[in-house]
Design a protein around this ligand. Structure first.
Ligand code: AR6
Length: 179
């Protein structure tokens, strides 16, 4: 397995991604919000929030799945990253859980391609240098446990995010598990 071929860092808009599933950086209510959450709900149309209302929310670090409705992606995986409170409240573990629970749910649903935003690096204030490293590390850990995913995109909405996520991936580019 060549990790560098599966994970791609892309500058762009997550709602335009033609993948099986896009991941939403949601909040505990799953009722929509600003940032990437607002963009996904706007592009998917009002049926998305209707389905979300049936889910009863989502604890931080967990993930839930809905249809993608008007999006090019068939599915939306909603996860909730941690709010950054200085780093002593389990924020790192919760961010890793958000990525790994999203990936496990994707595997269970037969998803082969998935796109993530920079979970928690916007309104939730997680420092992007650390968040980008944890995102890449948790994805690689998941792949090493055995995966049917063929493509994992990390979608960066601006140059600064792209700089950090591509830098984090490059640090791992030498990794080749040879299986
Ligand atoms: N495509 C890709 N990335 C985007 C897009 C887009 N269309 N729009 C924004 N981003 P945020 P969080 C980037 O705040 O920190 C919401 O209100 C953005 O530039 O969306 O996890 C939820 O309801 C940033 O780099 O998510 C929650 O209340 C990254 O996505 C709360 O915000 C994440 O920023 C979640 O905060």
């Amino acid at each position: 397995m060549d990790i560098a071929k599966i994970i791609r860092v892309i500058k762009g808009d997550i709602v335009e991604q033609k993948v099986d599933a896009i991941v939403n950086a949601a909040n505990n209510s799953l009722q929509g919000g600003g940032g990437v959450d607002g963009a996904i709900h706007l592009a998917a149309g009002p049926k998305l929030v209707q389905e979300c209302r049936t889910l009863g929310g989502c604890p931080t670090g967990e993930a839930r799945i809905t249809k993608g409705y008007l999006l090019p992606a068939k599915w939306v995986i909603h996860t909730v990253g941690p709010v950054w409170k200085g780093g002593h409240f389990g924020e790192e573990e919760l961010l890793v859980a958000a990525y790994s629970n999203s990936l496990e749910l994707a595997e269970k649903c037969g998803i082969r391609s998935i796109a993530f935003p920079g979970i928690s690096i916007g309104a939730y204030g997680f420092p992007v240098d650390r968040a980008s490293y944890l995102a890449v590390a948790s994805i690689i850990e998941h792949l090493c446990r055995g995966s049917l995913l063929e493509e994992i995109r990390l979608i960066c909405f601006n140059e600064n995010a792209y700089h950090y996520y591509s830098g984090a991936l490059n640090k791992y580019a030498f990794v080749d598990t040879n299986d």
